[in-house]
Design a protein around this ligand. Structure first.
Ligand code: SIN
Length: 492
């Protein structure tokens, strides 16, 4: 029985994280009649999804097809995409868009009243739906948050941090949060987002430090592909108050161009992200400059009001001058290993969205596949979790609660964040990675371990000492098992 100070919530599903994946999972589960507890460290509308400027990639245009979206995803992912995951995403994303519309999300329309479709890097056709131009995350998360709060089957615990995952009989059976709040459930779903804020220069809010990965690893779940961190090419740099602010790729999709200091273009702005980031980095290293210029003077500011507004507030007028940009840590392709139903390697523990690693994104995520992924795989995970044979929730013992509640998930220090940027940035060297493998932060050490093991350059992972792709590592995922283990796996 829990100790006298523990507060226990019993539920069918405990969802940790209230970004797009967590909110949608909670709503899908409640629709099926399940009782849900949704716990969020941040106030409901302050997750990384809230800041997402990209949209949802879905095959909706008449000139698009299942094969084209699949091909673009695989091409961007550099021979590391798990085809079965990509097939599911491509097949199910259009229906998720329709479901979100039925839940009240209003996506941008074209002049005929159909969905307006945007173009982003690596996509061969227009296929990205937005809401409010570059305010997609905000619109979606706001609407889903309102629905979750109004839904009687969902108990929302805002401002509460998960401290540990509780296991009994080999399965995950609940979550212990700070103040000894206990969520006892049949299944636990982590939608805690990624870890890009571990890097000093990032587009992510400060909380994106991989807490779900740390919790899952401590509970014995396998993690994979932690070396595969995508750098977004166009984060604002050198503008006080707006350091790391993302200028969405959709703006390049509408014709914005990148220029060196003599005004020359130097890259195909709509190539996949790894290529564009790398071209910018090479140019900056060569010239010693800090930024390149993004020319969005021909772009209608009304289409991207939050980007233009934020830049103007910071003193940059993008309709008159070039915006100084450089790559910044943006999205982790790796995460908690899951199957195609969101199941981790620990029974009862599910992960979805950026916290998870299905292999969908390979070594370089195709823009806007990630928001679609949140919905497609959250729905699948809920269906699986509710259909799975699992014993009724039971309360953990007072000793279990005390032990788990005592763990405080680590917060990266400024030194760790600088170390990741320096040693696991766009170009990695063995001496830097060896240094990082001694860092105080557990996830920094695991990232270094994976990055050292991948002795090649592929997608977002660029090793100065192994500049070529190594064909024997095609479709091989670096899986972290236990404290010290690492093994290569091929997923089907
Ligand atoms: C962007 O809009 O450029 C970012 C969205 C994404 O990461 O897919």
């Amino acid at each position: 029985m829990p100790g006298p100070t523990a507060r226990t919530h019993q539920a069918d599903i405990a969802v940790v994280g209230a970004g797009a994946a967590g909110l949608y999972a909670a709503i899908c589960a409640a629709r099926e009649g399940a009782r849900v507890v949704l716990v969020s460290a941040a106030p409901l509308a302050q997750t990384a999804s809230y800041w997402a400027q990209g949209g949802l990639a879905a095959t909706l245009a008449p000139d698009d097809s299942f094969e084209r979206h699949l091909q673009d995803t695989e091409r961007a992912g550099r021979d590391l995409v798990r085809r079965s995951a990509a097939e599911i995403l491509v097949r199910e994303a259009p229906d998720c868009v329709r479901d979100l519309q039925s839940l009240g999300v209003r996506f941008d329309a074209d002049r005929f009243g159909g969905l307006a479709l945007g173009l982003e890097g690596g996509h061969s056709v227009r296929r990205v739906v937005h809401a409010g131009g570059s305010a997609t995350g905000r619109r979606v998360v706001r609407q889903l948050s309102a629905l979750a709060v109004a839904e009687p089957r969902i108990t929302v615990l805002e401002g509460s941090r998960a401290r540990g995952l509780w296991r009994a009989d080999g399965a995950c059976r609940g979550v212990v949060c700070e103040s000894a709040t206990v969520l006892a459930s049949r299944g636990v779903l982590l939608g805690t987002g990624g870890a890009a804020a571990l890097w000093a220069r990032t587009t992510n809010p400060p909380g994106s430090q991989g807490v779900g990965l740390v919790l899952a690893h401590a509970a014995g779940a396998a993690l994979a592909d932690l070396e595969l961190l995508q750098f977004h090419p166009t984060a604002v740099i050198g503008v006080p108050g707006r350091e790391g602010f993302l200028v969405t790729e959709a703006i390049r999709g509408e014709g914005a161009t990148l220029h060196d200091s003599s005004g020359e273009r130097f890259v195909d702005e709509l190539a996949p992200r790894d290529e564009v980031s790398r071209a910018i980095e090479e140019l900056l290293v060569g010239t010693g400059e800090r930024s390149v210029g993004l020319d969005m003077r021909a772009i209608d500011p009304a289409h991207f009001p939050n980007v233009v507004g934020a830049l103007r507030e910071a003193g940059v007028d993008p309709s008159r001058e070039l915006v100084p940009v450089a790559p910044a840590a943006h999205y982790m392709m790796g995460g908690i290993v899951t199957d195609l139903d969101g199941r981790s390697t620990v029974p009862g523990l599910y992960a979805v969205g950026e916290a998870s690693c299905t292999g969908l994104h390979g070594a370089n995520r195709l823009a806007s596949n990630s928001l679609s992924e949140c919905f497609v795989f959250a729905r699948r995970a809920v269906v699986h979790a509710l259909g799975a044979e699992a014993a009724a929730p039971q309360d953990p013992s007072a000793a279990d609660i005390a032990e788990l509640a005592a763990h405080e998930p680590p917060t990266a220090t400024a030194q760790t964040r600088e170390a990741l940027w320096r040693d696991a940035g766009i170009v990695r060297r063995p001496e830097g990675l060896n240094r990082l493998s001694e860092d105080r932060h557990p996830l920094a050490r695991l990232i270094a371990r994976c990055a050292l093991a991948r002795e090649e350059s592929r997608g977002a992972h660029l090793r100065a000492d192994f500049p070529e792709r190594e064909p024997s590592l095609d479709h091989r995922h670096a899986v972290v098992t236990g404290e010290d283990g690492l093994e290569w796996q091929t997923w089907h």
